[in-house]
Design a protein around this ligand. Structure first.
Ligand SMILES: NCC(=O)CCC(=O)O
Ligand SMILES: [Mg+2]
Length: 344
């Protein structure tokens, strides 16, 4: 059938003339052609799975604001690491739930070589050595005020905090942690941590710096998960970045790379894809994105209400990180996704 416009010229002729015969929809007409030309795809190799560890044994404990996410015993973490290995997920990231009675002003529990993260790390290394372990370096899981550093009045002290972070990094590396993830946003911490690790012989321990970590509303459920929700006094805007800034992220990343970061990270993820894209292109250093607890909770809540297809939304969101230039993603969806993904 030939349709004609007002002038009597066929629409087909007009479109062909205007597009020089190029019809973009040809490539989208079937599943095989879409698969054939797809530019970006996701595999289990792209995933880092953040897990929450708690004291005691027994069943996994649900995190109310993160449906289907649980706080695990040390033995549960070992099970999770086995699952990661079986699913082809290269790395698990450990986050401790710390009871109020183990927290203090200076976050001393961070240097306890028998703390939860260290015990979980040792247990995983012993049982599942083929899975990488990432441990955050920051004091917030251990401070009574919920800040990432040491406080004086209402100020977070940079240099005193960096000294503490170096001790924390060494304790974690001693416990088998493969990747140190400084998430504190103090200045100069990457160089000091690198030096501290090297001095005690941990030259091969990697550093993935949270280079551009924004002061964000998207961390809310995570703070519940690790028990710092109610504790935080004020906010983190004097050390985490202002969400209006992009050039500043470039300067932050340049600094961390110059100080010895092997990999960099942007956090949060979905609202900051422009930053992921900019940093990955600008530096060509492996760049990761953290799809935060708030992003996870949004998708899960909407899916739980039947407002969107959760399965499709999670795959789309994670693929978008790769399209933006991320080498990989820290995501609470990791095991669910990996179970549905082809292995490279
Ligand atoms: N340093 C780790 C985090 O702050 C995670 C935040 C989140 O998942 O919301
Ligand atoms: Mg910095």
């Amino acid at each position: 059938m030939t349709r004609t416009g007002d002038s009597g010229v066929s629409i087909t002729t007009r479109i062909d003339a205007a597009t020089a015969g190029l019809r973009m929809r040809r490539l989208r007409q079937s599943d095989w052609s879409r698969r054939l030309v797809r530019e970006t795809s996701l595999t289990a190799d792209d995933l880092i799975w953040p897990i929450f560890v708690r004291e005691g044994g027994g069943a996994p404990e649900p995190v109310p604001s993160m449906p289907e996410v649980f706080r695990l015993s040390v033995e549960g973490c070992v099970e999770a690491a086995r699952r990661a290995r079986d699913l082809g997920i290269p790395v698990v990231a450990l986050f401790p739930y710390t009871d109020a009675d183990k927290r203090d002003e200076r976050g001393s529990e961070a240097f306890n070589e028998g703390n939860l993260v260290c015990r979980a790390s040792r247990a995983i290394k012993a049982a599942v050595p083929e899975v990488g372990i990432l441990c955050d370096v920051a004091l917030d899981p251990y401070t009574s005020h919920g800040h990432d550093g040491i406080m004086e009045g209402d100020r977070i002290l940079n240099d005193e905090t960096v000294e503490a972070l170096c001790r924390q990094a060494v304790v974690q590396a001693e416990a088998g942690c493969d990747i140190i993830g400084p998430s504190d946003m103090m200045d100069g911490r990457v160089a000091c941590i690198r030096q501290a690790l090297d001095e005690v012989g941990h030259r091969d321990t990697l550093i993935m710096s949270y280079a551009a970590k924004y002061a964000s509303a998207f961390y809310g459920p995570f703070r519940d998960a690790v028990g710092s929700g109610g504790m935080l006094k004020g906010d983190k805007r004097t050390y985490q970045m202002d969400y209006g800034n992009s050039d500043e992220a470039v300067r932050e990343a340049a600094q961390d790379i110059a100080e010895g970061a092997d990999m960099i990270m942007v956090k949060p993820g979905m609202p900051y894809l422009d930053i992921v894209s900019r940093l990955s292109r600008e530096f060509g250093v492996p760049t990761f994105a953290y799809q935060t607890s708030g992003e996870y909770a949004m998708i899960m809540a909407a899916a739980g209400n039947g407002w969107l297809d959760g399965e499709r939304a999670m795959i789309e969101s994670l693929t978008a990180f790769k399209r933006a230039g991320a080498s990989g993603i820290l995501s609470y969806f990791s095991p669910t996704i990996a179970a549905r993904m082809p292995r490279r």
